[in-house]
Design a protein around this ligand. Structure first.
Ligand SMILES: [Fe+2]
Length: 482
């Protein structure tokens, strides 16, 4: 099924095969092209999501964050592997089909100048991450509400407000954290009226939604991710702040142009007790980061692992590459895995570099989330400034870094860990990633040994088409097919 009524323009395709080519069709089929052997213990569902449609009727979106959310589902069962992809039926997706152009996004303006954009908030593309909780599957976008999807068919069931609890902006960020011991989910949402604040949420194991705590922040900042320990929600708030809002409100410039990196403001770490107690703030030197990998309590300290980036180009330099997403990604995959140790009683944060290799999209064996972990999994660029073409396992105990590079100009995405069994030791399992094959203009799902990705995939699942670069996803062990 082809979903865009205006698909097929040559203007984007003529630029050559790119992991950022739109996939306008929706597929559903049993995969027969499998190299190697799917491990018998690998059973479950891999969900991936990203901006699948980066041009509407031949009009490319101007920013990597502004493509329509497309979710892919890869089911590993005793019958084999099944692939399915569907677009999230957001309001903007339907409108795009009708009017034949992208909506105003984070970095994309509607055609028609200021009048066409004035007082318009960026459209909710629901393209950033998924949350699997209980019987529910949600697609997420950090500036608005989640969409509820059928976990099997991927049909869009509607926009979710959790019983009206997500009010006003309704932001429910794209990096919720699940405590593997309690099955609680914690998340946050930015709000700016009447003043900038962060709202913290909890969803119980039984799917009861509640607000944990709301705390003010001195200025509206770009806060993409957070961390969870057994006791705290941990926010590392960098000085990527709104400095130039007026031209944006007037419709003269897109939203991303309102942001600036202002290192003299420093980074603020905020520890919010999970029971809703008083938050503690600790000031630190300015950092520039997007993703956190894990966090945990260690004695009286709180430890947070994140991917820190070179901030010398500032927000504008960084963001320029997000606009030029079909060009070079610049520093996007050249981050450094770093460990912050927050000693709140002394009001101090210390930093340690965990690995020199450039990386992004950090992951771990999610059964270790909120407690100390030994292995981190990352996507990285083997060439500085290049696209992500390798998956690496970092062993924090030995310091070993083992990488698999796909080569041939192909790319990979965030690797997700799948355990070989629920009781297997940490790291005993596989890494799942989607390789975009530039020349073939197709994608493969790669299954790599998590401890030795350098040995190459044990299985490569050849899809009939390509899957555009995905941002994030989830692996659910043991599919509950209906
Ligand atoms: Fe993210």
């Amino acid at each position: 099924m082809t979903v865009s009524q205006h698909s097929g323009s040559g203007s984007v395709a003529d630029l050559g095969s790119s992991p950022w080519d739109s996939q306008h069709s929706e597929h559903d089929y049993r995969v027969t092209d499998i190299e190697g052997r799917i491990p018998e213990q690998l059973r479950g569902v891999l969900y991936r999501i990203g901006p699948g449609r980066l041009d509407v009727a031949g009009h490319p979106v101007d920013h990597i964050f502004d493509g329509d959310g497309m979710i892919s589902r890869v089911e590993f069962s005793d019958e084999g592997v099944r692939f399915r992809n569907r677009y999230v039926r957001t309001r903007s997706f339907d409108t795009g089909n009708r009017v034949g152009r992208p909506p105003r996004g984070f970095g994309t303006q509607r055609p028609g100048g200021a009048l066409a954009n004035v007082l318009r908030f960026p459209a909710n593309m629901s393209n950033t991450n998924v949350l699997r909780h209980g019987d529910h599957l949600y697609s997420l976008w950090e500036g608005g509400r989640p969409y509820r999807l059928d976990p099997d068919t991927l049909e869009t069931l509607g926009c979710e407000s959790f019983g009206g609890a997500l009010t006003r902006l309704g932001a429910f960020s794209a990096h919720p954290k699940t405590d593997p011991r309690t099955r609680e989910v914690f998340n946050f949402g930015l709000d700016f009226f009447p003043r900038p604040m962060i709202r913290c949420y909890r969803i119980s194991a039984a799917s009861a939604f509640s607000e944990v705590r709301t705390f003010p922040i001195p200025r509206l900042a770009f806060v993409h991710d957070f961390a969870l320990t057994e006791r705290h929600l941990v926010f590392v708030i960098d000085p990527i702040v709104v400095r130039r809002p007026v031209p944006v409100i007037l419709g003269l410039r897109p939203f991303d142009r309102a942001l600036s990196y202002v290192p003299e403001l420093g980074t603020t770490v905020v520890l919010v007790p999970r029971d809703g107690g008083e938050p503690v703030r600790i000031e630190h030197d300015a950092l520039f980061h997007f993703h956190v990998n894990n966090a945990y309590e260690d004695g009286g300290d709180t430890v947070v692992d994140l991917v820190a980036h070179d901030s010398s180009a500032g927000w504008d330099g960084w963001n320029g590459h997000l606009h030029d997403y079909r060009g070079t990604p610049g520093p996007a995959f050249g981050g450094q895995l770093r460990r912050l140790r927050v000693t709140s009683r002394r009001g101090r944060v210390t930093e340690e570099t965990l690995a020199d290799a450039g990386c992004e999209f950090p992951q771990l064996d999610q059964r270790r989330a909120t407690t100390a972990h030994r292995h981190s999994y990352v996507a990285s660029a083997s060439v500085t400034g290049g696209n992500p073409d390798s998956v690496a396992t970092i062993d924090h105990e030995t310091g070993a870094i083992r990488s698999f590079v796909v080569g041939d100009g192909n790319t990979v995405c965030e690797p997700l860990f799948a355990a070989s069994s629920p009781t297997a030791a940490e790291g005993d399992g596989w890494l799942l990633t989607i390789e975009h094959q530039a020349e073939q203009r197709r994608s493969r799902v790669l299954v790599l040994p998590a401890d030795r990705p350098d040995l190459g995939p044990v299985a490569a699942i050849g899809l009939r088409h390509h899957v555009p670069m995905t941002f994030h996803g989830a692996f659910e062990a043991r599919a509950q097919g209906r």
